[in-house]
Design a protein around this ligand. Structure first.
Ligand SMILES: *Cc1c(COP(=O)(O)O)cnc(C)c1O
Length: 476
């Protein structure tokens, strides 16, 4: 394009004030400053595209107004929003781990918008502690003398090591020096906390005498980490918890167990081979136990520490607790979730993590078949092969490795539609749907799709199918 042609086009670009007056009908929704900024930005970008030759014609004023309005909407729309989890991974860390129970959500809603008695004793009319509200519940549910809550379990591990073992030795079995997700490593946390790691035994076998021999006057703590995200099988050995407790008592060295998942009830009835419960560890005589609030417990993100009163008291006094403290929303959700555990049958029905685990496979199969039927009715089988297939769901979240639950899924295959595009479009819906690929097929595991999401799920799939058929989609 020659220069004079370009100049003519640039002169036809509307001025910012023109676009502003044309979008004045939006003035109640968007402040003037934001509208002018977006209008100026949009015009500047069009100018640049015209100069680069990426755009041939000046858009009409109607088109420009539409562009400005779309951008304003994008700015106002929440980027952080709900998704439909069709991966079958129950505790999906990328998708927010544990979905909260309705009771927990209600507790957040009830207290969040106003003032609350977060640190105030209503009976006495004076300052209280924010932890009081959940401490008694935690003691009741685990049998511990005292309890404390921090931001997450990683913070709990750090705090315990820092308070109990700075500049002193901590004995741990080699097979338990683990990395959790996001490169959180026991060895690194130990270094940061100022404790000295004393590794004993081997990767697969550690005996009680390994611990015994490593004890010196410098030993501050025996640490046992539940290998919650992997499993060593075959020729393996670790001392029994009771043996470690006896050793700890005999030598007067406290025993700390990082349980990871924080299971409060027996999961065996769900077909999940027994995960140790917090109460079991406390009953066995472990001095300090820590675990997450948003793994198997199914509550809000938190690190919970329970154990002997003398140690919990020390942790509470540590200056770090201020930096690691939980907010009012977490405490509201945690208290409501813990209350449900007072009646275990209620916990299993109302806490989504547990409910999803116990969901009967026949129910999931039934839903898969209904969905297949609905997709056939809307004609989606014209370009998709839609099958109901038996699959395995994972618990996830670094909990219960190798432990899978039988489930059913809907499997899509196609020769005329790119499933890569299909999956991309699903992820970018207003209510995104997250699925997984298995070989060349796209799979929806219906275990983690809540019944109230089914209609939105169907609509999302139909919309994407329609879009891909209409636009004769080009491969990315
Ligand atoms: C998950 C886990 C952690 C970290 O817990 P977060 O609550 O995610 O910080 C620490 N230790 C073990 C053994 C774990 O499984």
């Amino acid at each position: 394009m020659d220069q004079s042609q370009l100049h003519v086009k640039l002169r036809h670009l509307p001025a910012v004030h023109k676009v502003l007056s044309a979008t004045s009908y939006l003035e109640e929704q968007y402040p003037f400053a934001l509208r002018s900024e977006v209008a100026a930005q949009t015009i500047a970008e069009i100018r640049e595209q015209l100069v680069n030759g990426c755009m041939d014609e000046v858009p009409t004023i109607e088109r420009l107004i539409d562009m400005v309005q779309t951008r304003l909407q994008e700015i106002q729309q929440m980027h952080y929003r709900p998704v439909i989890n069709a991966t079958g991974v129950i505790l999906h860390t990328n998708l927010g781990r544990a979905p909260l129970a309705h009771d927990a959500v209600r507790a957040i809603v009830d207290t969040a918008g106003g003032y609350s008695n977060l640190e105030y004793r209503l009976e006495e009319g004076r300052r209280g502690s924010r932890y009081e509200h959940v401490e008694q519940l935690l003691c009741k549910l685990t049998g511990a003398e005292a309890a404390f809550v921090v931001n997450n379990n990683a913070a709990a591990v750090f705090l315990v090591l820092r308070e109990m073992a700075t500049d002193r030795e901590v004995i741990i079995s080699r097979g338990q020096i683990v990395e959790i997700g996001g490169s959180f490593r026991i060895s690194e946390v130990m270094r940061e906390s100022g404790g000295k790691l004393v590794e004993v035994g081997t990767t697969n076998k550690t005996h009680l005498y390994d611990y015994e021999r490593a004890i010196t006057p410098e030993t501050a703590l025996l640490l046992r980490v539940h290998t919650s995200n992997f499993r060593i099988i075959g020729f393996t050995e670790e001392p029994e918890l009771s043996e470690l407790v006896s050793l700890s008592k005999e030598k007067h060295i406290p025993l700390y167990e990082d349980l990871g998942s924080g299971c409060l009830i027996d999961l065996a009835p769900f077909g999940v081979s027994s995960e140790p419960t917090v109460a079991e560890s406390i009953r066995a005589g472990v001095d300090i136990v820590s675990f997450s609030g948003d793994k198997l417990l199914g509550g809000a993100q938190a690190g919970i520490v329970v154990g002997k009163a003398e140690y919990i008291k020390r942790l509470k006094r540590n200056q770090l607790t201020r930096a690691l403290r939980v907010d009012k929303l977490t405490l509201a959700a945690l208290e409501a979730t813990l209350k449900l555990y007072l009646t275990p049958e209620q916990a299993v029905d109302k806490i989504p993590t547990l409910w999803l685990m116990k969901r009967p496979v026949a129910d999931i199969q039934g839903i898969a078949m209904q969905l297949q039927e609905r997709f056939l009715e809307s004609g989606m089988n014209e370009r998709l092969d839609i099958q109901v297939v038996p699959i395995q769901s994972q618990i996830g979240g670094g909990s219960l490795p190798g432990e899978e639950l039988p489930s059913y899924g809907l499997q899509l295959e196609s020769r005329s539609i790119s499933l890569t595009d299909f999956e991309y479009e699903l992820r970018n819906l207003p209510l995104p749907i997250i699925a997984r690929f298995h070989k060349d097929a796209l799979i929806f595991d219906l275990r983690t799709v809540f019944p109230e999401q089914i209609d939105a799920f169907v609509k999302g799939c139909e919309d994407v199918y329609g879009k891909l058929c209409t636009f004769n989609y080009v491969d990315r």
